[in-house]
Design a protein. Structure first.
Length: 288
């Protein structure tokens, strides 16, 4: 037996690696020169900063202090200004062991595009009609929204505003409600150059089946051969037999349901003499 506790055990922790603090990780750099600062770590004997554009941990822009030292900031010059992603990795030497943390930035320059705000990117749409809203982009003279289901950048559901305009919201109707992925691409005309951002959503609906399960009878004069499953629209006393042959399992999947409907279910057991039991209790399922 383990007995606890006569006193409170207090725990404390200290970062084992430095973390970039300025510019704020995730921010857009101000220009081609930036001073990177990081938190000091107790016991660290050296730091080193890598910058690159070809992926996390890349250093194609340079190792900015080739000889590691104890400085907690360094100025990087000659950075690209194309508005692309810039990757930063700061290394910390602790007791002869190098450890690192990564941060990402956006290069200065480039064309900033509008960003969808509602519905929340990645969320489930509320129905077949949805109003999409976005933040304006500085200097943008027009926007256009594409919607599709066949992949990123698809527009098989339509170009929602075929004639681009300055509106920052638009209502899309007739959207599918099968629960699949819906792709949105928002275009911004900034300084006569079209730039875009992509998003994904999940269509509303999508419940295409109901799974039923029940307990076998506790006793039966004649062994149970199987079960019949019945369904009725909610509130109706007219139940329809769903299975064409006796179901020998104690589970059943109804894949003929329709979105927006509510159904009542019941089950009867059938013995080897083909005698049916009294019906079970009713179970109700509502399909989104």
């Amino acid at each position: 037996m383990l007995l606890c506790c006569g006193s409170i055990l207090a725990l404390s922790s200290q970062a084992a690696t430095a973390v970039l603090s300025a510019p704020a990780p995730g921010s857009t750099l101000a220009g081609s020169s930036a001073t990177f600062s990081w938190t000091a770590v107790g016991g660290a004997t050296a730091y080193q900063l890598w910058l690159g554009t070809t992926g996390v941990g890349s250093q194609n822009l340079g190792v900015y202090n080739p000889v590691p030292d104890t400085s907690t900031s360094i100025t990087a010059t000659g950075l690209p200004t194309g508005g692309a992603t810039l990757y930063a990795r700061v290394w910390t030497n602790m007791s002869g062991v190098w450890q690192s943390t990564d941060s990402v930035y956006t290069e200065a320059g480039g064309s900033a595009s509008a960003a969808l705000t509602t519905p929340a990117p990645g969320s489930v749409l509320a129905g077949s009609s949805v109003t999409f809203t976005w933040t304006p982009a500085n200097g943008a003279t027009a926007y256009q929204l594409w919607l599709g289901t066949t992949g990123v950048g698809s527009q098989n559901l339509g170009v929602i505003n075929p004639v681009p305009d300055t509106s920052t919201s638009i209502a899309a109707t007739g959207l599918p409600t099968g629960g699949a992925t819906l792709y949105a691409r928002l275009w911004s005309d900034v300084n006569a150059a079209w730039v875009s951002k992509d998003y994904t959503f999940t269509e509303s609906g999508g419940a295409t089946e109901v799974e039923l399960s029940w307990d076998a009878p506790a006793s039966s004069a004649d062994p149970v051969a199987g079960y019949n499953i019945y369904r009725a629209p909610s509130g109706s006393s007219t139940f329809q037999l769903l299975n064409s042959t006796i179901d020998t399992a104690t589970t059943y999947v109804d894949s003929t349901v329709q979105a927006g409907q509510t159904y009542d279910y019941m089950v009867e057991s059938v013995d080897r003499s083909d005698v049916q039991s009294l019906p079970s209790n009713e179970a109700t399922a509502t399909i989104p």
